[in-house]
Design a protein around this ligand. Structure first.
Ligand SMILES: Cc1cc2nc3c(=O)[nH]c(=O)nc-3n(C[C@H](O)[C@H](O)[C@H](O)COP(=O)(O)OP(=O)(O)OC[C@H]3O[C@@H](n4cnc5c(N)ncnc54)[C@H](O)[C@@H]3O)c2cc1C
Length: 296
């Protein structure tokens, strides 16, 4: 029988999964690797692994090889970490794999972006089971329904990799992939201290996350994990503020699902103004403090 298992890396993945599961239309269970989840997402079971930290992908794939027995669909919210893990699980457990699903035609036919999001491909999967990652923005959360049965499992996650250290950046800011508000900066932010003060300052005022262009990341102005775009994170906030960002196709590929894009750029001919909902031709060093003063 067809059945979906969603593997949540963090509690926010669990909530983001409800819309995807409703679109797929199969009975589903939720496996929370860390932390607890809401109880009324429409799933039948909540399985808690309660790991303190996410182990390396090879260990996690080994640990979950048995847990996926009996499921026709195994899915995670799209992220670098989930793709790393699911590719290993697919390889070792002989699963088909489809990444970045944004729409569902049937339990075997999915829509996913290709060519930096400029084309939506329809992909039919001819074998079962299938491993999938999905972008939550494509799947609005349905009304809540029912309370799930709770189970717990203990995972053994032997790995050939050793984690030497972990560093969390961004402190209490929301997760970039699921933030409702994102303030992003580009190359003109000069250095890491300026980026944090200007972009981070506005993001904190708005309760949002911070993002950056690849040019900002490559120049050492912003950390790699906040790069947005074709080779960074794909985001879908309600509000995306792009400050000092030209609007390259590679950057826009990561933000086109944003509900409102606001561009601040001192060049009136910058390509980002063609795609932004609101544009401000201004120096970001004048505009951002002025916006912050209005909010305060
Ligand atoms: C294979 C490949 C993959 C890539 N993947 C990505 C990706 O995932 N994400 C990504 O972002 N890029 C990616 N890139 C890079 C991309 O092509 C662009 O080079 C990059 O997005 C440009 O970043 P930027 O807008 O910060 O810099 P720039 O293009 O240099 O633009 C800076 C902008 O800031 C404006 N400006 C300057 N000073 C100020 C000021 N004081 N106030 C206001 N505005 C100001 C300028 O008018 C300009 O428009 C990729 C490139 C390749 C080849």
């Amino acid at each position: 029988m067809s059945r979906l298992l969603v593997i949540a890396f963090q509690p926010s993945d669990a909530v983001a999964s409800a819309g995807f599961a409703a679109s797929l239309g199969l009975p589903w269970d939720l496996l929370c690797l860390t932390g607890a989840s809401d109880l009324d997402l429409g799933n039948e079971k909540i399985i808690s692994a309660n790991l303190d930290l996410i182990p390396p992908a090879d260990g996690l794939a080994t640990g979950l090889a048995k847990a996926i027995d009996g499921y026709s669909h195994i899915a995670c919210v799209s992220s670098m970490q989930s793709k790393d893990f699911l590719a290993r699980l697919a390889g070792t457990s002989d699963l088909a794999m489809v990444t970045d699903v944004v729409g569902i035609d049937s339990p075997t036919t999915f829509k996913r972006p290709i060519v930096a999001g400029s084309i939506i491909a329809t992909v039919e999967v001819l074998s079962s089971p299938v491993a999938m990652t999905f972008r939550p923005a494509g799947f609005p959360k349905p009304a809540r329904s029912g309370v799930s049965v709770q189970e717990s499992i203990t995972l053994e996650t032997p790995s050939k990799a050793t984690i030497v250290s972990r560093s969390v950046r961004g402190g209490a800011r929301p997760d970039l992939s699921q933030a409702k508000v994102i303030v992003s900066g580009g190359r003109p932010l000069k250095d890491a201290e300026t980026f944090e003060r200007v972009i981070g300052g506005l993001a904190d005022k708005l309760g949002g996350a911070i993002g950056a262009t690849r040019a900002a990341v490559d120049s050492g102005i912003a950390p790699n994990e906040i790069q947005v775009g074709q080779t960074g994170k794909i985001v879908a906030p309600d509000l995306y503020i792009a400050a000092g960002i030209s609007g390259s196709t590679q950057h826009m590929a990561g933000i086109k699902d944003s509900k409102i894009i606001v561009a601040i750029n001192k060049d009136p001919d910058a390509p980002i103004f063609e795609l932004a909902d609101y544009g401000l031709v201004a120096d970001l060093y004048d505009a951002i403090p002025a916006i912050q003063n209005e909010i305060a």
